[in-house]
Design a protein around this ligand. Structure first.
Ligand SMILES: Cc1ncc(COP(=O)(O)O)c(C=O)c1O
Length: 398
């Protein structure tokens, strides 16, 4: 038997892996990365126990829609599993272009580029446009994909208080008016469910000649006519330069897009590492997203049901005097403020067969430790009855 010359366990990286507190605590409390054996509608099963899923982002409840399943499997039959390469290297396919044209027309932009993940699309909405000499202005509560884009861009970034145009204005007053400026917002903030104060931010963008990037992962499908998103909701589509979003929420798929003018998309294709060096979105993911996009336009009943479910769910939470951080959308946090409370509330919901997710500081601001929930059009009246009963039980446990 050969003995290694060096003792690998002494590597500081391996020592770090073995002594990491975040991992130790995660494994101890077993709060994340659960595996379900089966899924049907809003129900998932783990070790034989059934749960109602209350933390996925399937806002329109399309994940099991027969037209989407069929489109995905037909695309695999026709095109195979993957184009196995980046589009710059071995080309896109007509299904990429078709989806891009439909998405661009839907959100009211000239052009669009689709990515294999929302994370890549949203990072690219920054890296594809920002130059090192620019200054970026970012809402403090942006999604990690945008922070990755901001870091990779190498540009200076100023953070403003969450959804606070007054603070952004203060920061702008210190800057040289000639420095190119980019504002970065979310349309609907994923954790808080807040809608961006877009009209006020756009006024500042006009005053300071800023380029505006809007991540609408959680507004797309939910706000605006037929779910066209937050910019459409405020009738400000032309004033927003770049709209990016994910397919993994209302479109119930995987992938993402960036939409803008044709010139801007052409420019992004030359400058975004995420577009240049990452493989194209797969045929089945593309076809599924296209089917979902058509369903959003042809079947308004999903949006209507979402509104109805949201009304009932908000009433359940407000009758219990739970703090939902003024969420205005189907992404609804239950703020409990202390991680111990959050943990016991979450456990109690699990006991009653309701699956949610915990988010604690530093993932959320100190004092805002919360359970993140999201209501879907596919929750049935019976699901909502069970959710109501479980919320009462969880409140009694903290
Ligand atoms: C605001 C926001 N942007 C981007 C993403 C990334 O999308 P995906 O998970 O589809 O990669 C998410 C997903 O969590 C999100 O919430």
């Amino acid at each position: 038997m050969a003995f290694p010359l060096f003792n690998k366990a002494k590597s500081p990286v391996i020592q770090r892996i073995h002594s990491d507190d975040a991992t130790r605590l995660r494994l101890k409390y077993d709060t994340y990365y659960h595996i379900f054996d089966k899924q049907e509608g809003t129900r998932v099963w783990k070790d034989g126990k059934e749960f109602i899923m209350l933390s996925s982002n399937d806002y329109l409840g399309l994940a099991q829609h027969p037209k989407i399943k069929e489109a995905g499997s037909e695309a695999i039959k026709k095109w195979g599993s993957s184009t196995t390469g980046a589009r710059l290297a071995n080309g896109g396919r007509s299904f990429h272009r078709e989806l891009e044209e439909e998405l661009a027309a839907f959100v009211g932009k000239e052009a669009c580029h689709v990515f294999s993940a929302g994370y890549l699309a949203c990072a690219s909405s920054v890296t594809g446009f920002a130059d090192r000499k620019d200054i970026l202005f970012a809402d403090k509560n942006l999604h990690s994909s945008l922070w990755s884009g901001i870091k990779l861009s190498g540009a200076r970034c100023e953070r403003f208080s969450h959804n606070h145009p007054g603070h952004l204005k203060e920061l702008l007053e210190y800057e040289d008016e000639k420095t190119p400026k980019i504002f970065i917002f979310e349309g609907v903030y994923s954790m808080e469910g807040h809608i961006a104060k877009l009209p006020e931010f756009i006024k500042l963008a006009e005053e300071y000649n800023a380029f505006v990037v809007l991540d609408d992962a959680h507004g797309f499908g939910v706000l605006g006519e037929q779910g066209r998103g937050t910019a459409d909701h405020f009738n400000l589509t032309n004033e927003v330069d770049v709209i990016c979003a994910s397919f993994s929420k209302s479109l119930a798929g995987s992938g993402g897009f960036v939409a803008a003018t044709q010139d801007a998309i052409d420019y992004m294709r030359s400058h975004s590492k995420q577009a240049i060096f990452s493989a194209a979105i797969s045929p089945s993911a593309c076809a599924s997203a296209q089917a979902a996009l058509r369903i959003m336009q042809d079947e308004p009943e999903h949006q209507k049901r979402l509104v109805k479910n949201l009304e009932r769910y908000r009433k359940i939470l407000s009758d219990l005097k739970l703090d939902i951080w003024e969420s205005e959308t189907p992404a609804i946090p239950i703020v409990l403020g202390e991680k111990e409370k959050v943990y016991y509330f979450w456990k109690a919901l699990q006991e009653k067969g309701i699956y949610t997710i915990i988010s604690i500081a530093p993932g959320v601001p100190p004092g805002k430790d919360l359970i993140r929930t999201a209501i879907s059009a596919s929750h049935t009246d019976e699901d909502l009855d069970r959710i109501e009963e479980a919320m009462h039980y969880a409140c009694s446990k903290i």
